[in-house]
Design a protein around this ligand. Structure first.
Ligand code: ZN
Length: 81
């Protein structure tokens, strides 16, 4: 019985560790326009183009362009922390 409880506890702990790990993976990166230096911050979105907050750069529509200079997504570079 106590063995089962210990096993349950360790599986709960694993789940917590895993979910923390997943959150690190999906932490959204900022992207910088290599043409004009505009920074797309996924926590803010892009109010000029009607992109709401919490949209990762990767999931922006392919026809999304830099709201500052009109460069396409290919002109953006991921910013490493
Ligand atoms: Zn730009």
């Amino acid at each position: 019985m106590s063995l089962q409880v210990a096993a349950l506890h360790s599986s709960i702990r694993e789940r917590i560790i895993n979910s923390t790990h997943i959150q690190e993976i999906i932490k959204m990166a900022k992207w910088e326009c290599s043409v004009c230096g505009y920074i797309y911050d996924p926590e803010k979105g892009d109010s000029i183009s009607g992109i709401p907050p919490d949209i990762p750069f990767e999931t922006l529509p392919d026809d999304w362009v830099c709201p500052a200079c009109g460069a396409d997504k290919d002109s953006f570079e991921k910013m490493e922390e």
